[in-house]
Design a protein around this ligand. Sequence first.
Ligand code: ATP
Ligand code: MG
Length: 376
Amino acid sequence: MGVEVSVEGLTKSFGSQNIWRDVTLTLPEGEVSALLGPSGTGKSVFLKALIGLLHPEQGSVIVDGTDITKCSSKELYEIRKLFGVLFQDGALFGSMSLFDNTAFPLREHTKKGESEIRDIVMEKLDLVGLADAGEKLPGEISGGMRKRAGLARALVLDPQIILCDEPDSGLDPVRTAYISQLLIDINAEIDATILIVTHNINIARTIPDNIGMLFRKELVMFGPREVLLTSEEPAVKQFLSGDRFGPIGMSEEKDDATAAQEQELADAGIGGGGTKDDFSEIIPQVQPNPGMPERKAAERHRQRVEEMMHELPESAQKAIRESQQAEDEIREERARVTSDNGNGNGDQNRSDDRQEQFAGSEANTEQFPAYRAGNA
Ligand SMILES: Nc1ncnc2c1ncn2[C@@H]1O[C@H](COP(=O)(O)OP(=O)(O)OP(=O)(O)O)[C@@H](O)[C@H]1O
Ligand SMILES: [Mg+2]
């Protein structure tokens, strides 16, 4: 079962450069959360602070009852075993094959024998559609494949907390959808607490239970995804629609003169190139594939939201009611499809499906009989 991560008053600087301050949020156990924010606002730094790779000057990060900003390095080593992390750049070892990269945490943190390790590694590579690419080196594969290999490695210890830094970057839209579905399926299977850093608005709209956004060195908001998606906050609206006009500039925040100029252009009917999508029109959250268990966290999330409902803006309340209703309908339909198909051989079907989903020219180039034999 997933573990709650509770961040309180966290502040991080590098020398005199403050990155963010007083960040307080809780990743509820087993729920899926997303962190948005303009480039350079410190999202990756935040992830690294959550696993104790970077040291904030103030505040606390409580994981499983331990404040990892203050614990001993021995305690930190143990706590880290709860985490599976997909770093923004994949962080694969360049001289190791994908198989060895994926096996690394198992060899490092467990006493498992090589045959068991091979089974686990092949299962995870299969999950991300790379079962046939185990012998390749990171330098020999595409950026998207490296990303998926990084995800396989992040999953190999069956982590209770999964942190993914831009899991979609470098992936085409279809494989992004499969990775998103995979994260939801994994969440349903092992109830892991998940945090996804992303610029992908489609993911933000359909995957997480909660969304937060970093902007101008602060956490602007963190809460049920409907709250951010219906927000009237200018920076949030600008970010979602991907518009040039608004408080977010190319580098630092904009000055008043630029803002006035934008307003003039906008009044003259010239826009900032953003999408006209209505984000307050909530798309139902992606549900686990048929054959997967229900997400246990979905019910817990609903209870939590119910308790805070009266404090939320009316537009968010309305959106929450609508998405709950839509999700109930999808769940019913899903249950019907699952029972029609029977539950007997779900596993085999899933594995075959995954091969097909991710298979493409890149993944299917060569055969690796040795691994296949081991995986049989
Ligand atoms: N180890 C470091 N030493 C000094 N400065 C750093 C270090 N790591 C990150 N920074 C700075 O912290 C700031 C935030 O970086 P970070 O990588 O967290 O941004 P981000 O929000 O993840 O951006 P992106 O969306 O582009 O990935 C940047 O100004 C960066 O230069
Ligand atoms: Mg980053």
